[in-house]
Design a protein around this ligand. Structure first.
Ligand code: GLY
Length: 282
């Protein structure tokens, strides 16, 4: 099967972000996509989505890992999850602190019976299992926090991949909304924001509360499983966000290799490789 991959890095808004930021995000996404697509040639979809999301977490342009937004009490708390479309195992961390790559902790948890951990216990688990103490804060986020304004890093990062064996996997990671009440739970480590089975895999970005209300990733995957095309599954699920003005974006791949993305508000920042060409958001 022809491997396929799509990644996202949250949103771009013409009204609140500069042209320079847009170009930087386009170039960075393209670089990460090329690396992840090469990796996919000799790794599984599951290994590849973790690799791609760790690269996105390491880039300060995106609101995940290093460069995460700061919450109302001045602390950074991150969430990430991983789902294997074949085993349908889901693993994740919610509101983890002081580590570099939340998605790597989610990957580590795949081997456990207890696969989703939250809060201080998630952080302790990571540190006890060899993840080094790390400060993901960057000066720009602190300046935004001090100025009490929303950061430029709005969004989340994610990756969906289909490998040579026809297996799908998805990973998603976020620094949250910024200024949230400590303890708030993002969609990114729930099945609303990150879901896969053998028919389809979907990663979301946007306002977590809206994504959970719309059960976006789960609905799209379920609709594809029930026979709808990926385009129609996205269209119908996004239509259902409209009554409450839900703010979301999503990327997905189905078992036949069809790649799709959609967003409700500003542009989703995405890039994909379909085996022949690279397409980057404009
Ligand atoms: N989608 C990320 C969040 O709302 O936390």
């Amino acid at each position: 099967m022809q491997p396929k991959i799509i990644i996202h890095g949250g949103f771009f808004s013409e009204s609140s972000q500069s042209e320079d930021t847009k170009i930087a995000k386009q170039n960075t996404l393209k670089e990460i996509l090329i690396k992840a697509n090469s990796y996919l040639a000799d790794h599984s979809a599951l290994q590849t989505v973790v690799y791609a999301v760790s690269l996105l977490e390491n880039d300060i342009l995106f609101n995940a890992g290093t460069g995460s937004q700061i919450q109302s009490d001045g602390e950074i708390r991150m969430s990430a999850s991983l789902m294997d479309g074949i085993t349908q195992k889901f693993s994740g961390v919610i509101n983890i602190q002081h580590i570099q790559n939340p998605i790597m902790v989610a990957k580590h948890l795949m081997a456990y019976d207890d696969r989703v951990l939250g809060g201080t216990e998630a952080t302790s688990f990571a540190h006890q299992n060899g993840f080094q103490h790390y400060n993901p804060e960057i000066p720009q986020r602190r300046a935004e926090y001090e100025a009490k304004k929303a950061g430029q890093g709005i969004g989340t990062v994610g990756c969906v991949a289909l490998d040579q064996q026809g297996h799908l996997a998805v990973a998603t990671s976020t620094g949250g909304k910024g200024f949230e009440i400590p303890g708030r739970i993002s969609d990114s480590a729930t099945v609303a924001g990150n879901f896969a089975n053998k028919f389809c895999a979907v990663s979301c970005t946007g306002v977590g509360e809206d994504i959970v209300s719309g059960a976006v990733a789960t609905k799209i995957v379920t609709r594809v499983t029930d026979g709808l095309s990926i385009e129609k599954a996205f269209e119908r699920s996004f239509e259902e966000l409209k009554p409450f003005d839900g703010f979301a974006g999503a990327i997905g791949i189905d078992h036949s290799g069809n790649i799709f993305h959609q967003y409700s508000h500003p542009k989703i920042v995405f890039a994909y490789h379909d085996g022949e060409k690279i397409v980057v958001f404009e």
